[in-house]
Design a protein. Structure first.
Length: 303
């Protein structure tokens, strides 16, 4: 899934770029990310059909960049980001090797986000930016990086939520004010919850959930959170943990089978979330069930 894959750049150039982590096998649609080792030297990247954001990781380096007829020499520090909209080529010259967390958004994904949020700015679009230092964007980027590097990635809907929030942050506009429903209609909420419960063993996406609510993804995210009190991806994890606990207490299936039946990658993934949300391990849940059964037998008047 995360095999080392070279990223081709047009010649001539004197630097090399090697992706050591990639989201290609994670099922992300309309966006993606890679962790890239970049050597010292000159790097020329062509104009792509998608928007790109490169976030610097690690020790500072001196970098000279040229993009959209703008030149800049700066010390690139941990968390600094360069935003390169679709259709623009760029040139970078780094004086030392570094690591870049590269995020990309398809134009359709960005356009749909802008349209669905009805952003105030009539010309809402990504613009080239260099050495952007935005703590909120960094927080979202590091959360996406953690998802990319996790041994057990969550559903694509979590990464999609992060990327949608990043796009809104990059555009710098806010939704048009107006009267909108603040919660999901009861029947709509019930329909979405039923769908989630029926598909806990599968990878879920925000597009799927929003379609069942007949809403755009950004509006669905906001209304779901206001209705259930938690974001959609957190609710899905909570339901998986609750279902796993119920099955463990029943004692009819192995822990590994329960993990698969409730949508976890494997048993340790289930144990991790169960410990985080319930404060107990699957083994402790099973132990509680055995203790309850033994106590029931001791007090059974028919024995």
């Amino acid at each position: 899934m995360n095999a080392v894959t070279p990223i081709r750049a047009p010649a001539p150039h004197s630097g090399s770029r090697v992706a050591v982590r990639t989201s290609r096998a994670l099922g992300w649609q309309g966006f993606g990310a890679e962790l890239v080792n970049v050597s010292a030297g000159l790097h020329r990247l062509p104009a792509f059909r998608h928007h790109r954001v490169g976030v610097h990781v690690g020790a500072p380096v001196t970098a000279r960049c040229l993009c959209d007829a703008r030149r800049l020499t700066r010390i690139q520090a941990h968390g600094d980001a360069d935003v390169i909209p679709a259709g623009l080529e760029g040139q970078w010259n780094d004086d030392a090797a570094c690591t870049i967390f590269s995020i990309w958004f398809a134009e359709d994904f960005a356009r749909r986000t802008v349209e669905q949020l009805a952003l105030k700015s009539a010309d809402a679009q990504l613009r080239p930016r260099f050495q952007m230092r935005d703590p909120r964007f960094q927080h979202l980027a590091w959360a996406l990086r953690a998802e990319l590097e996790a041994d057990d990635a969550s559903d694509p809907l979590y990464a999609e939520s992060l990327c949608t929030a990043m796009l809104v942050r990059l555009i710098g506009a806010e939704p048009v004010s107006g009267k909108r429903r603040r919660t999901l209609a009861p029947r709509t909420a019930a329909r979405v919850i039923e769908f989630i419960d029926a598909h806990l063993d599968q990878r879920l996406t925000l597009d799927e959930l929003a379609a069942h609510a007949q809403l755009s993804v950004p509006h669905f995210k906001a209304l779901f959170r206001d209705t259930l009190g938690v974001p959609a991806h957190q609710y899905v994890i909570q339901r998986r943990v609750e279902r796993a606990r119920t099955l463990l207490l029943q004692g009819r299936l192995s822990a590994s089978q329960i993990a698969l039946d409730t949508g976890f990658s494997h048993q340790s993934h289930m144990a991790q979330w169960m410990s985080r949300l319930l404060g107990v391990t699957p083994r402790e849940v099973r132990g509680t069930a055995r203790d309850d059964a033994a106590m029931s037998e001791q007090h059974n008047p028919l024995r």
